[in-house]
Design a protein around this ligand. Structure first.
Ligand code: X5A
Ligand code: ZN
Length: 675
């Protein structure tokens, strides 16, 4: 099966055929070119050709009525017959939106395109997909157009998926820079739809200026806890800010919730250069945001365009998103630092507010008492922003480098194993074309001792494989070896002594003592999950995580992965990930696949998995994850051991000075090296 035939792309030129017909400064940015440049970029890069092209359809009245009132629908139905003057008058009753004789048609296509995407994904025709639509949807309400939106495409899709496919839990991730208040209102009392939105807010000074966009609006009745708002009170936020909200809030909650479908309100006004957002995140961040969602809901991710008004960063961001849905290697998440103070305040507040609804946030031990945390925090700094004057802002041409090329190596997953091993479909046996370098053999011999001739062959093969990965000839690998910890030790010693690989992240599952192999020069970082309390041994680059019940503790391992391992990994930014699993570590197969999948966001997907020969039954699922198949959903997660929570929290606090992406609250004592 061609792995490229699993991503739907839905687009129709017809949706470019309406535009603003009068002067309105609030609406002038919403232009047809938004769609044409996005689609052209997908064509030019060859991404469009790799997708399954699914036709649009018009949403029916029945579809639209899932969310909107009869009166509103009937009113919009009249717009194609209105004069220009009538249209202007009609428009006046709504906020920041315009009508055009063809917009009703386009709005039906936009909603219908979203439903076509949901159908394609839910029936298994494709794994995931993106719909490029206009008009956007997330601001429109039961009986009102708003913010360029006519029908609420994603809300209609969520209701439709619930009704037609009996989907029990849907996550709506709204990464547009505006609050999708229409989606919030639609599902505020519905616990089956988790709506997560981050948005520019500036203490209500930013459009749509709603009190209920703040972090303390959590949903109503049954739905309490299922509406999560992350208000941004500063502009200029960047990749670190976005990723830190993903790792410390969205993903822990999403894994606990366990959606059966993920809908993304994919607005790209959160990207650099956007006149609305004024944020600084680069287009490649959307590759990571997309990837981090792709192991939820068995990979059923539907991205639907919302905003995005910079005609350069919009198409770049769309391409990053689609390329990730297609499974290409992720760009290195370069230069991540900790989130800024304002973002940390928002993160802190939203975590504090939601700790009573989500057990993963019990981890939020770092939070001060209830009264402090539920206050609407406004820091002194917010009152005197260093504002550039408008002229200056306009004159300043924002430039940023093109996102890095993401080239897939010819070999996706190479397997090294004992003679006669059968490689699962899609992977291939790794056979080094040349004999190993005699110098290498000599060095390895020293490391191994005399009586390990066959270990020597395997090792030199592995080193060659890693070399090929570093040259980007091979994406990932799986090696079955006789003794995982000895093999790991030798690899690490070799890498420490050679110029190999700028940085290596080693993730070790098991109780073995492995610390001694780690150097503290920053070339490698080792994160170990074990049942032992090794905290006293911790250094900046050796991080032992204790799970009392070991790796079989699903929620413990997942939450440690999301809120500790991934932030460390993202900030460390390795060129290669070595994922080592001892035979008795007890990890459950689905959790292992999640871990393997999530780690591929690092090091351009250069993951080398080491497993013990006896772990034969895990070969197929591991290879499947390395090949990019979504990990099976874990089911809603239960709370995990309070001992473990405490230990994990302690670890994070200790490491926060060195690794800023672990921060979830504004640090009390400034770290020494803080500028
Ligand atoms: C979909 C979207 C923005 C409306 C801004 C009005 N709408 N000031 O991004
Ligand atoms: Zn927007």
């Amino acid at each position: 099966m061609n792995p490229d035939t699993r991503t739907a792309l839905i687009y129709d030129e017809e949706m470019t055929k309406y535009k603003l017909l009068w002067v309105d400064p609030a609406c002038k940015i919403e232009v047809p070119e938004r769609l044409t440049v996005s689609y052209e970029a997908l064509m030019k890069t060859g991404l469009a050709d790799r997708c399954v092209s699914v036709p649009v359809r018009e949403a029916t009245d029945e579809d639209i009525l899932l969310v909107h009132s009869k009166e509103y629908l009937e009113a919009v139905k009249q717009t194609p017959y209105m004069t220009l003057e009538d249209l202007q008058v009609f428009t006046l009753q709504y906020g920041d939106v315009y009508f055009h004789p063809n917009i009703y048609h386009c709005a039906k296509l936009a909603a219908g395109a979203t439903l076509q995407l949901v159908d394609s994904v839910m029936t298994g025709k494709v794994r995931n997909g993106m719909a490029l639509v206009r008009p956007p949807g997330h601001h429109s309400m039961h009986s009102a157009a708003n913010g360029f939106c006519v029908f609420n495409n994603v809300s209609i899709a969520a209701k439709y998926a619930k009704q037609k496919y009996s989907v029990k839990r849907i996550l709506i991730m709204d990464w547009d820079v505006h609050h999708g208040q229409g989606v919030q209102y639609c599902f505020e009392d519905d616990p089956s739809v988790l709506y997560f939105s981050w948005h520019r807010y500036e203490h209500q000074k930013f459009w749509p200026h709603l009190r209920e966009s703040d972090y303390d609006t959590v949903g109503k009745a049954e739905g309490a806890g299922f509406n999560i708002n992350v208000p941004w009170n500063k502009v200029g936020l960047d990749n670190s800010d976005y990723l830190s909200v993903f790792l410390h809030m969205l993903l822990p909650v999403a894994y606990e919730f366990c959606p059966e479908l993920v809908l993304v309100c994919a607005g790209f006004d959160t990207a650099i250069g956007d006149p609305e957002g004024e944020m600084c995140a680069t287009p490649d961040v959307f590759a990571h945001l997309t990837h981090l969602l792709m192991n939820l809901a068995d990979g059923k991710v539907c991205a639907v365009l919302e905003g995005g008004y910079n005609l350069k960063s919009l198409p770049q961001s769309v391409c990053e998103t689609v390329q990730t849905l297609l499974g290409d290697p992720l760009p290195r998440p370069a230069n991540l630092k900790g989130p800024c103070k304002s973002a940390l305040e928002s993160l802190h507040c939203v975590r504090a507010t939601h700790r009573k609804y989500w057990s993963c946030l019990k981890l939020a031990d770092d939070l001060p008492s209830e009264e402090l945390s539920t206050k609407r925090v406004k820091s002194a700094e917010d009152d005197n922003p260093i504002e550039k004057n408008e002229m200056e802002k306009e004159a300043e041409e924002l430039v940023w480098p093109d996102p890095p090329k993401r080239t897939s190596p010819n070999v996706r997953t190479a397997v090294v194993g004992p003679e006669g091993i059968t490689c699962p479909e899609g992977s291939q046996l790794f056979c080094p074309s040349e004999d190993p370098d005699p110098n290498l053999i000599k060095k390895l011999q020293e490391c191994l001792g005399k009586d390990a001739e066959d270990a020597l062959t395997t090792l030199s093969t592995l080193i060659t494989l890693m070399d090929q990965m570093e040259k980007n000839k091979i994406r990932s690998g799986l090696a079955l070896v006789r003794n995982v910890s000895m093999t790991m030790n030798c690899i690490v010693q070799h890498c420490a002594a050679s110029s190999f690989c700028n940085r290596m992240l080693i993730v070790f599952l098991g109780d073995m003592v492995v610390k001694n192999c780690i150097t503290e020069d920053g070339k490698m970082m080792l994160v170990q999950f074990s049942t032992k309390s090794l905290e006293a041994e911790m250094t900046k680059y050796y991080i032992p995580v204790c799970l009392k019940k070991g790796c079989s503790d699903v929620s413990g391992l997942i939450h440690a992965t999301l809120s500790l391992l991934l932030p460390l990994g993202y900030e460390f930014d390795p060129g290669l990930v070595l994922l080592v699993r001892t035979p008795d570590c007890g990890v459950n197969e689905n959790t292992w696949q999640q871990l393997t999948g999530l780690l591929q966001g690092l090091g351009q997907g250069h993951t080398l998995v080491l497993m013990q020969e006896s772990d034969q039954s895990s070969v197929a699922p591991t290879v499947s994850s390395l090949l990019g198949a979504p990990a099976p959903a874990l089911g809603p997660l239960s709370a995990f051991g309070s001992d473990d929570i405490e230990a994990l929290q302690r670890l994070k606090l200790k490491l926060q000075c060195d690794w800023k992406l672990l921060q979830t609250t504004v640090p009390e004592n400034k770290c020494d090296d803080d500028g």
